[in-house]
Write a protein that binds this ligand. Structure first.
Ligand code: DX5
Ligand code: ZN
Length: 224
């Protein structure tokens, strides 16, 4: 099950030095990152404000070949998701509770030519994927409550990952599963084993001096 899809590591730029964002992004890409994870927060859906459309536009220019994985923790995803695709996102992942019509949000992202992801908070049940899974490209399980980097991994995520994999098998659907929050070398093996394909890591990469070593430590732990 776990070797079904290749493992990808997506550094969350939330933990980077924003004053040197382009440099930081290119540094992790050179250090072996597969995707760049961009955490957009609006101060309403989550109690924090981070970055918005102009920053994604600039990142697209600074890292033209990077896969921009844009995680929007915002209200009105219907309205903004297509704008993030226009700004340069390759994938836009949104929270279904924030959308009046989650399936329409998925359609709008696809119409603009990007991949669509559904993000589920730690207490959000898997029921949301029941009739949406076949139209999704990725399902993100939050392993912390959204809003801040540097929080501790919530252990029940492992059980939820296994349940999600079983549910997807029963539905006959094959999509990427991503885990976001508190990922580090000491838990990456369990997360991968339980069925994750894409591991987001902020602090565990950007708070280390050697990005290549930090990424290799997570990758080795996950594949080991
Ligand atoms: C939390 C964000 C995460 C977070 C991950 O709302 O979605 O991407 O920045 O950061 P770490 O790896 O530090 O938990
Ligand atoms: Zn995120």
């Amino acid at each position: 099950m776990t070797d079904r899809r290749p493992l990808r590591i997506a550094p969350s730029i939330l933990a980077s030095d924003f004053a040197r964002l382009g440099e930081e992004c290119n540094a992790v890409l050179e250090a072996g990152a597969d995707w760049l994870h961009v955490d957009v927060m609006d101060g309403h859906y989550v109690p924090n404000i981070t970055i918005g459309l102009p920053v994604v536009e600039s990142l697209r220019k600074a890292c033209p070949d990077a896969f921009l994985d844009v995680h929007i923790m915002i209200e009105k995803p219907d309205e903004f998701a297509p704008l993030f695709v226009e700004a340069g996102a390759d994938l836009v992942c949104f929270h279904p509770e924030a959308s009046d019509h989650p399936h329409r949000t998925v359609q709008k992202i696809h119409e603009k030519g990007a991949k669509a992801g559904l993000a589920l908070n730690p207490a959000t049940p898997l029921d949301w994927v029941e009739y949406l899974a076949e139209d999704l490209d990725l399902i993100l399980l939050m392993s912390v409550n959204p809003g801040f980097g540097g929080q501790a991994f919530i252990p029940s995520t492992i059980r939820k990952l296994r349940d999600l994999r079983n549910k997807l098998s029963a539905l006959g659907v094959d999509v990427d599963v991503q885990v976001d929050g508190g990922v580090k070398p000491t838990n990456a093996g369990d997360i991968r084993q339980a069925g994750a394909d894409v591991l987001v890591a902020g602090s565990a990469i950007f708070k280390r001096d050697d990005y290549a070593q930090a990424i290799a430590d997570i990758r080795n732990a996950a594949e080991g």
